[in-house]
Design a protein around this ligand. Sequence first.
Ligand code: ADP
Ligand code: GLC
Length: 482
Amino acid sequence: MTTSVLSVASEAVPLIKTGGLADVAGALPGALRPHGVEVTTLLPGYPSVMAAIGKSRTVHRYDDLLGEEATLVAFELGGNRFIALDAPAYFAREGGAYADANGHDWQDNWRRFAALGRAGADLASGGVKRQRFDVLHAHDWQAAMATAYLRFAPAKAKCVPPSVMTIHNMAFQGYFPSAIFSRLGLPDSAWAIHGVEYHGGVGFLKAGLESASAITTVSPSYAREIKTPEFGMGLDGLIVTHADRVTGILNGIDNQTWKPASDTQLEQTFTARTLPRRLANKRSLEAEFGLDEADGPLFVVISRLSWQKGMDVLLEVIDHLVGIGGRLAVLGSGDPAIENGLQDCEARHPGRVSIRIGYDEALSHRMQAGGDAILVPSRFEPCGLTQLYGLAYGCVPVVARTGGLSDTVIDANVAALAAGTGTGVQFNHVTYSELVAALDRTVALYAQPAIWRRLQRNGMACDFSWSISGKAYADLYASLIA
Ligand code: ADP
Ligand code: GLC
């Protein structure tokens, strides 16, 4: 029998992406189908989503969804089922998914994502004709209110399925003033410590965590870390209280999109057995970034430029990186101070450091294929996907030992080298001295071609596809509906 899941997310490839959440939400339907689970993804009707809809079916019309008209539109894309929440007042606007063109959060984010949650709960609890789901799965704070509405105000009390709340990043919680509570359409009973109330305001993620039948996060290590004040961002107490409902399921990667043997974006495709062919990708990447050809390793960074990602410490070590013979190509955008700092470094080190501010999916593939090592110095990292893409592409990850980075990279220490099992370089704390030491170690490993090739091949042999994690989600759903 097929299990039917409504996945509620604020982004999913190929329709809208600002980060790894989109990769994961986009991959889940394909990851779960082999396990007898059919996923329908509910997304906000952003312009990019509405523009991609071909043949479609209106499944519901709202005259008043938290004060605005809206329509639920079902369609298929790439063999997967989607429903768009077409609500022009909330989503038909230029700018980002969460913020305007200047990076300021949309003032009405609480209403935009409460509306998404309300629609998710309606779909899952019999409020929309001919729509039935066995499980509702909400991702991050933007979807979290779906589980709260399901618990406190379902469309039909008799049709409430179990729910899963997945934390992709505890740092973003959707916290709003108490004044919005009366406009959410929730009963007074929801204004409680075990409901939506959080430090005198409304906490969307907190409400989702309190309301869901099960809580997951995206790596086993992060599942442990969020029980501590350092990583729990104020919600560690809640996670400890509900520890019996919390599991860590590692993200997989889509190994059709991220496959160097057939990646059409590359200058030259390659496999673990044809590693020398990577060189053509490196040369074309150097040309694209205006970098000199040289003997030392070409480091790449593909990242949001933020404190979480340790990009401020990256800035501090760039002079050292160049001093030991490395070169650096960065693709990213974010904190203006970091963007400016990187541009200063580029000016200081022409031919050695090159920065592309912006977002470019195809270039990110070419960087994984042409770079020697990918730097991921995150202060915390729930899972992280760029190190997984690096492993698949023979671009050796140099990562902080935290969250999903510690679960997916094997440090090439003496023991690992002796056993022939290393896949990258790890360091403990995101500080100048530890990152410098990691860079020194990487340059030394790179200078030993046989060892370096071994690291690349070991990484490329790792299976981080969805096969294991897809089953883990399917088993979790099965346990909830049993
Ligand atoms: P996060 O979601 O915290 O930003 P992840 O490592 O999980 O971190 O996912 C980031 C995703 O976004 C990856 O698919 C990565 O390749 C992509 N990405 C990040 N920055 C850029 C960029 N500037 N251009 C293209 N892709 C990017
Ligand atoms: C978040 C996390 C990242 C994770 C991604 C997908 O953006 O920061 O570590 O890989 O979600 O789960």
